[in-house]
Every structure is written in structure tokens, then in C-alpha cells.
Design a protein around this ligand. Structure first.
Ligand code: 0X9
Ligand code: ZN
Length: 321
């Protein structure tokens, strides 16, 4: 496809094929669950990683949810998440005692591409696409002005106060015609409702923040949940080097209908939104197609992500990186 690192969803050997292959190659450890189907007919795929994955009911062990690519253009989130998935599987195969213990007791859920239509569109048509592929004006094609923002459509303070999302379909933060109107939202909400993750890392880019609920209102109480600081760290000592932890509405801006607010409130989930870096200053959403920079971004986030996995069993005793 002309890239060194980036692979689309649809292309042969692309991310969809990879997720299927990972599940097929690791039958005792990985179970593929199809959470739903997008407007354009793509599967929304989750991988559950736990010992004996296919023999134990989903949600029967403490769960951690690693999600990425809600926003089509944030390609770095896919690479960080899929590398985390491979890391866990590879450590298991290498007989790493710590990972084996985690995976006997905990289920790790990976939704590597939460918005496959938008992701594919960003390869085929518009690199800076953000939203999904809802055909807002029903003209049979996806063009500028179409799409719903997947991180404004959740059934949690959806559209609250009309601040932090837009009712206008043409806008980049269009929240959709109603709460949970989108297949991508229904898929993620359904997973959260089913497995009630102890923790979530909902990967976005960019800005090097480590955000947590609530997003819909400044100064909300969840910032006081000690687990957000225990696992996310502080400005002086952040869980991801160089990232600033903070309550999302205070630190960045107000949103509503947001994923981690939904998980926090409805799943009892300690849910973070890491905003990954740019790779090089000024790159913005267009993280460089550079293996060393991509790998570095993954390595930087790994201790935080492993901390979530190790802590899920006993959140009262969090393992910070
Ligand atoms: O706006 C978003 O959905 C996220 N930022 S992005 O640039 N990746 O689009 C941030 C969501 C975090 N929540 C709040 N800031 N309330
Ligand atoms: Zn984003």
C-alpha cells in the first residue's frame, strides 16, 4: 500500500485479516467476538485474551478493555493497541510467569479498530477523516459533512447542555440523531455492559494527555476516585512518560456522550483516554510512517497498559508502573 507501518482494514493482510489470524493461531488464549456491523457492512471485532478463552463465559473474570481508533485519522492508536495485544501473547508464549498469572485470572479485551468504516475511508479518500460513515444526507455517498463522531454518541449525558458536541450533521463533533444511534456505539456499549471492565484505555491522539472522566462537566467527583491518580499518576510522575494526567473536561475540553464517561458511570470502569503523541512536533494527527517512532510510542505506553492488566484482579491494590 506504499506505507512502511500503516495498514488499512480491508487490504489483504490488513488489520482485519490480522485479528482473524491472531484468533485462529491462538485458540487456547484468544476468542474473536463480533460485536456488530457498521453502516458499510464491516464487522466490529473484539478479541478476548485469557487462558482458555473459548471455554469460559465472557465477563466471568475481571476485565480490562483496550480500545482504539474511534477517530478515523488517529492511526497511531491502532499500532499502539495491536502491539500491546502481540506483546501479551508473545510473553505468554515465552512462559512469562507474570503474564501467565494475569491471563489465568483476568480477561483482556482488545477492540483495535472501533470505527472500521472511518478508518478505511481515511486510507481511501481523506487522510484527516474523523467520524464514522453514516450517510447523513442519504445521498448514497460519503462526502464531507457525513458521519457521526463516535466519541459523542454514547448514552451518557448525550448532548448535555449542547456544549461539547454538535447537533449539526456537518460538524466534526456531530453527536448523531439520538444517543447510541450508531452501530459502533452499540457495539462498544454492549461490550461494556456485558463485561463491566475494571479498567479501560481508550486510545486517541494527539496531545500527550492521560484524560479521565467526567468529560461532560468540569470539576466532577470522579477525579477524586483514588484509582485515577494511583494508575494515571500525577503531572510530576505520570504513568506514561511525558503525558499529563487530568480530568478531561478540566484538562482539555468539555464533551458529552463520551465513551469513558459511559464506561465510568455504567460499567463502574476506571476509564482513561490516553491522547498519544505526534511522533514529531507539528505532525498532529499524521503520525510519521516511521517504524522506530511508532515502536517508541508503543513502548512508552506499555508500562501503563500492563499496570491495568496486573491491577484488574485486585483494584484495591493497584500496580502502578
Ligand atoms: O474530542 C475527543 O473525543 C478526544 N480528543 S480527540 O482529539 N482525539 O478527538 C478527547 C476526549 C476526552 N474527553 C474530554 N476532553 N472531555
Ligand atoms: Zn480522537
Amino acid at each position: 500500500n506504499g506505507f512502511t507501518v500503516w495498514r488499512s482494514w480491508d487490504e489483504p493482510g490488513g488489520i482485519r485479516d490480522e485479528l482473524v489470524a491472531v484468533a485462529n493461531a491462538n485458540r487456547n488464549l484468544v476468542k474473536l467476538v463480533t460485536l456488530g456491523r457498521t453502516h458499510q457492512g464491516r464487522d466490529i471485532i473484539a478479541l478476548k485474551v485469557t487462558q482458555g478463552a473459548r471455554g469460559v463465559p465472557d465477563g466471568s473474570r475481571p476485565a480490562v478493555l483496550y480500545s482504539s481508533l474511534q477517530h478515523a485519522r488517529e492511526w497511531i492508536s491502532v499500532e499502539v493497541n495491536r502491539r500491546t495485544l502481540h506483546h501479551v501473547i508473545n510473553r505468554w508464549k515465552a512462559d512469562d510467569a507474570e503474564i501467565k498469572s494475569v491471563l489465568r485470572n483476568t480477561e483482556l479485551w482488545f477492540v483495535v479498530v472501533a470505527n472500521p468504516d472511518g478508518y478505511q475511508y481515511s486510507f481511501d479518500h481523506e487522510r484527516l477523516w474523523r467520524k464514522n460513515a453514516r450517510d447523513n444526507n442519504n445521498d448514497g455517498q460519503i462526502t464531507i459533512g457525513d458521519g457521526v463522531d463516535p466519541n459523542r454518541n454514547f448514552d451518557e449525558h448525550w448532548g448535555y447542555d449542547n456544549e461539547g458536541s454538535s447537533p449539526n450533521p456537518a460538524d466534526e463533533t456531530y453527536r448523531g440523531p439520538n444517543a447510541a444511534s450508531e452501530p459502533e456505539t452499540i457495539a462498544m456499549q454492549g461490550l461494556i455492559d456485558k463485561v463491566k471492565p475494571r479498567f479501560q484505555s481508550n486510545l486517541h491522539s494527539f496531545g500527550e494527555w492521560l484524560l479521565y472522566p467526567q468529560g461532560w462537566q468540569v470539576g466532577t467527583a470522579d477525579a477524586d476516585n483514588p484509582l485515577y491518580v494511583a494508575l494515571g499518576g500525577t503531572d510530576a510522575n505520570p504513568a506514561i512518560a511525558g503525558f499529563n494526567p487530568g480530568q478531561s473536561a478540566d484538562t482539555l475540553y468539555v464533551t458529552n456522550g463520551e465513551t469513558t464517561d459511559y464506561a465510568d458511570t455504567n460499567g463502574g470502569t476506571v476509564a482513561f483516554t490516553p491522547e498519544l503523541g505526534e511522533g514529531v512536533p507539528g505532525a498532529g494527527f499524521v503520525f510519521p510512517d516511521d517504524e522506530a517512532l511508532v515502536q517508541a510510542e508503543f513502548v512508552k505506553t506499555l508500562p501503563f497498559h500492563l499496570g491495568l492488566a496486573k491491577s484488574a484482579r485486585n483494584p484495591a491494590d493497584p500496580v502502578s508502573p
